[in-house]
Write a protein that binds this ligand. Structure first.
Ligand code: SF4
Length: 177
């Protein structure tokens, strides 16, 4: 019996180490400066957001799926029910960071949003919305503004499936097959 528990504990440890390694590897691959960990989340405390949030300063608008209050901070929650992954996707992290910025702008104190929650099919990730991720988001917004004013912008990805579903496919000229 003790041997069984020993094997089970070893399996749990190996699984945890595997998930940790995968999360680190995916984080390194995205190139984004973010930290995320899997947490338990009480979904009963989540509230739906009534309308979109605006930031005139950053030219940004968006609406998180939910918000939750935690120690005086308002936390954005984004739900991707069909997604399963060992670590958050870079695009989801940026979306969460943008909601954090919108909440920061909406608060009278202007206090930074400490973290956001990303719910995938099997796990909830707590993503730190720290200074370096906030800076990466502001850099991305600057780059998007520059691209909007540019005559020609190169494709930013190599995902054929994205192009197949894209509404600009006919006009874009760079669609992947
Ligand atoms: S079709 Fe063009 S605009 Fe659409 S995802 Fe592909 S590269 Fe981007």
């Amino acid at each position: 019996m003790a041997a069984c528990f020993g094997v089970l504990a070893l399996l749990v440890l190996l699984t945890a180490l595997g998930l940790f390694w995968l999360a680190r590897r995916q984080r390194a691959q995205t190139g984004l400066p973010f930290r995320a960990r899997i947490v338990y989340a009480d979904t009963g405390a989540w509230h739906q957001v009534e309308g979109p949030l605006f930031s005139r300063r950053y030219g940004l608008v968006g609406k998180p799926d939910y918000i939750v209050e935690d120690k005086g901070a308002t936390i954005p929650v984004e739900v991707k029910p069909n997604r399963a992954a060992a670590a958050p996707r870079a695009s989801d992290v940026m979306q969460l960071a943008a909601y954090g910025l919108l909440i920061e702008e909406a608060r009278a104190t202007g206090a930074p949003t400490p973290y956001g929650l990303l719910k995938y099919r099997d796990a909830v990730f707590q993503v730190d919305l720290a200074d370096d991720l906030r800076r990466a988001l502001l850099d991305l917004l600057d780059a998007m503004r520059r691209d909007l004013a540019a005559r020609d912008v190169p494709r930013s990805h190599a995902e054929a499936r994205r192009c197949q579903r894209c509404g600009y496919r006919a006009e874009c000229g760079q669609a992947m097959e």
